[in-house]
Design a protein. Structure first.
Length: 120
């Protein structure tokens, strides 16, 4: 996020008496929301899976769109998927890491998508 945009939003929130979430708080909200979409098998999740994409790719796609860092997102994804898929496949140099990394890198950041988390 551009520092000027951040300062404008911070100022507007302070004037309105709202608490401004830190970057880490907003990232955690995003990660928990994406995990909820995955757990509840929402239409968005199902549509993504219907395209032949994996669960790690689902997380990567949404985290990249929302501006969550690649390592932070991967660590969260591993913790979430542990127990649902083979633990060895979640190694940092395993197939799921490469699928996650590739999906993350081909997905563009979407400011409106990230901003949507700030207002909900």
């Amino acid at each position: 996020m551009d520092p000027k945009d951040f300062m404008k939003k911070t100022h507007a929130a302070v004037v309105a008496g709202q608490k401004v979430p830190t970057r880490e708080e907003l990232n955690m909200k995003i990660k928990n929301t994406v995990r909820s979409w995955w757990k509840n098998e929402t239409k968005g999740y199902q549509g993504f899976r219907d395209k032949g994409k994996s669960d790690p790719e689902f997380f990567a796609h949404n985290f990249a769109r929302a501006g969550v860092g690649i390592k932070d997102g991967w660590d969260f994804t591993k913790d979430t998927l542990r127990g649902y898929i083979d633990a060895e496949s979640l190694d940092d140099q395993g197939d799921n890491w490469f699928a996650y990394r590739d999906e993350y890198n081909r997905t563009a950041f979407d400011k409106k998508f990230r901003d949507g988390f700030e207002t909900h």
